[in-house]
Ligand binder design. Structure first.
Ligand SMILES: Nc1ncnc2c1ncn2[C@@H]1O[C@H](COP(=O)(O)OP(=O)(O)OP(=O)(O)O)[C@@H](O)[C@H]1O
Ligand SMILES: [Mg+2]
Length: 268
């Protein structure tokens, strides 16, 4: 297979284009995507359990807050805020101090508290606080629960005679989930912020995400895997998709160091 050489971001983009890139703060990553994520894009960070999705996203937010003074929001349905602060401490990231400075907001919403208002609340906070970097941990949890917080009135489908059509539950469930993914990602796109959506990886090789649709709707997909290579388990990362970007297409070894994630080049 013919490999494409990685072009340094500075070489391949002019100044205006470079300003439309959001630097991730993850060593080795930005060169894979011409200098960073496209500004205001929605990116799926996809992987199995323990692959480093949360660490990747935290690092992205901390870099934005520390280096660019950009305001960030981490929305988690998976962990308590305190657990996230503790996790970040391992890498020397002081989330509490960023929160005190107003640079970072953490919202932890337990599963049972997710309602139809949750999405609207997130959008409002992004607008009100001028959030530039947003993480949703995870899209998979939101999607799984979509049928619960979809109001009955939204489900009413009229036929040509103006009568309500009743679908069987499995069809309604699938319809709700698909419509939710489209509408949620579209709403994020309308915001003036770059969003990382954490997603569980699909178990089947046919799809990337567990919901099988978000990889098509998002602007970019980063897949992190944790697999056995020659008997030893190791993490690796590939940029599966990045709209408006001549992205690198190789698999890269990922290291979780004491300063966070480092993306390495493959030795050829
Ligand atoms: N200080 C550290 N040094 C090296 N590796 C670490 C360190 N802390 C955590 N890890 C590794 O990172 C993994 C957790 O990373 P992270 O929480 O980002 O995963 P995740 O993909 O979000 O997982 P989940 O799907 O369970 O939410 C741990 O399972 C561990 O293997
Ligand atoms: Mg996680």
């Amino acid at each position: 297979m013919k490999k494409r050489p990685i072009e340094k971001a500075e070489k391949s983009l002019n100044k205006t284009q470079a300003n439309l890139r959001v630097k991730t703060g993850i060593p080795g990553f930005d060169d894979l995507v011409q200098g960073g994520f496209p500004l205001n894009s929605s990116i799926l960070i996809c992987g199995g359990p323990g692959t480093g999705k949360t660490i990747f996203c935290l690092q992205f937010l901390v870099a934005g807050a520390q280096e660019n003074k950009e305001k960030s929001l981490y929305v988690t349905f998976e962990q308590r805020a305190e657990a996230l602060r503790e996790q970040a401490k391992q890498f020397g990231w002081d989330l509490s101090s960023l929160e005190k400075q107003g640079q970072l907001h953490i919202i932890s919403i337990p599963l049972e508290k997710i309602t139809e208002k949750t999405i609207k609340d997130i959008q409002q906070i992004v607008k009100k606080e001028g959030i530039k970097r947003l993480v949703i941990d995870s899209l998979s949890t939101l999607v799984v629960n979509a049928p619960i917080y979809t109001t009955p009135s939204e489900l009413a489908v009229k036929d040509v005679m103006g009568e309500n059509i009743i679908f069987s539950p499995p069809i309604i469930g699938d319809f709700i989930v698909k419509r939710f993914i489209y509408s949620f990602i579209e709403q994020l796109r309308a915001l003036d912020c770059t969003s990382l959506l954490i997603s569980e990886a699909s178990q089947s090789g046919e799809y990337i995400s567990r919901d099988t649709l978000s990889e098509f709707v998002c602007d970019g997909v980063v897949l992190i895997t944790f697999e056995s290579l020659g008997g030893e388990f190791s993490r690796s990362l590939i940029v599966r998709k990045m709209r408006s970007t001549k992205n690198d297409e190789d698999v890269h070894p990922v290291e979780i160091s004491e300063k966070g994630i480092i993306v390495h080049q493959i030795e050829k």
